[in-house]
Ligand binder design. Structure first.
Ligand SMILES: Cc1cc2nc3c(=O)[nH]c(=O)nc-3n(C[C@H](O)[C@H](O)[C@H](O)COP(=O)(O)OP(=O)(O)OC[C@H]3O[C@@H](n4cnc5c(N)ncnc54)[C@H](O)[C@@H]3O)c2cc1C
Length: 296
């Protein structure tokens, strides 16, 4: 193992960190080294260290859309989170760093008399993760409010005005490893007085319908065109089906939950089972929304 202490210097890092502590699924073996840059400069330094050491780079935000291998992550895991989370509101515009929580920004925007981000108040990821996934809910999604993205591409810091074809359903060109989002500009509109009640309503609906008391990575599968993943899984009789500690939630079949001691292998096996049964029943192949990271 390289002498990371002397290599990273002032940059915050930890060796052999269990990824179960950094993912909402509470699953995953150790990351050889996990670094948390506090600035674009530190992030660039981490990337050049990885290059010098010939190490693979894995970017994570709040780890809420991830399934990490039981064998862990080889290479340098760069977490863009609290240490890069400043936000500033100027009129209807929000300039925010990638590590800020999208839910906090949504709440802050409503408190500041703005609307357009209420749908994000229950999404537990970072702004960078929300941009990477084009996160969305209740008829809203990041692409509707995102104006500008700045980050690192091919080792250079650059900025882009967001265009229509940059993002699609749960996908975006601003995603690692091709693009590392550092900052974003979000444009909202003045609140007409309805934003707070809408935000509260969305959050109440989540609490009512989603298994929020169990670790998960949110919806396991993307919504297939013309269907709902949860409804197909329920029709296939899979609610409550479990493998090891992984279970298809009885509250919402679209969520695979960790009932306590699930391994990544349990979740992968359950995903396969669900895909096969749903396909056999309906001819629809469910595609995972959750990103798998690590060795297979
Ligand atoms: C209870 C629960 C409810 C959820 N509800 C929703 C919902 O309603 N709608 C929805 O869309 N999602 C939902 N999710 C999923 C998840 O919260 C979102 O996808 C979120 O946007 C992921 O952000 P993150 O910071 O956790 O990203 P991570 O899980 O850490 O990473 C996700 C992907 O983004 C990449 N990435 C992360 N940060 C950056 C960056 N700065 N630059 C480039 N790439 C980056 C990673 O490499 C990875 O490929 C839910 C999850 C949970 C656990």
């Amino acid at each position: 193992m390289p002498d990371y202490r002397s290599i990273f210097g002032e940059i915050f890092f930890r060796e052999n960190m269990p990824m179960s502590e950094y993912t909402s699924f509470r699953i995953g073996g150790n990351a050889e080294v996990l670094v948390e840059p506090a600035s674009v400069g530190e992030l660039l330094r981490c990337l050049s260290i990885a290059k010098e050491l010939d190490k693979k780079v894995i970017i994570i935000g709040n780890g809420t859309n991830m399934l990490v291998s039981d064998e862990g992550i080889e290479g340098i895991c760069i977490r863009i989170a609290e240490r890069m989370s400043a936000a500033e509101i100027n009129g209807t515009r929000i300039n925010v760093q990638a590590g800020a929580r999208i839910a906090s920004i949504a709440k802050k925007s409503v408190l500041n008399g703005l609307m357009g981000l209420e749908w994000a108040a229950g999404i537990p990821g970072t702004v960078g993760g929300a941009i990477a996934m084009n996160a969305g809910a209740y008829y809203g999604e990041m692409s509707m409010v995102l104006k500008k993205v700045s980050g690192i591409m091919d080792g250079e810091f650059c900025s882009f005005d967001v265009k229509d074809d940059d993002m699609g359903y749960r996908k975006s060109r601003f995603i690692a490893p091709d693009f590392l989002t550092c900052e974003a500009e979000i444009e909202l509109i003045p609140d007409d007085g309805s934003a707070l009640s809408r935000m509260n309503d969305y959050n109440a609906r989540r609490r009512e319908k989603q298994p929020l008391s169990y670790p998960s990575a949110g919806s396991t599968f993307k919504r297939p065109e013309g269907y709902f993943a949860g409804a197909l899984i329920e029709q296939a009789g899979l609610k409550g089906t479990s493998i090891g500690g992984a279970m298809v939630s009885t509250k919402h079949a679209g969520f695979i939950i960790n009932t306590g001691n699930a391994t990544c292998s349990d979740v992968l096996a359950l995903i396969e089972l669900v895909q096969k049964r749903v396909y056999d029943m309906s001819g629809v192949m469910l595609e995972t929304e959750v990103k798998y990271i690590g060795k297979r």
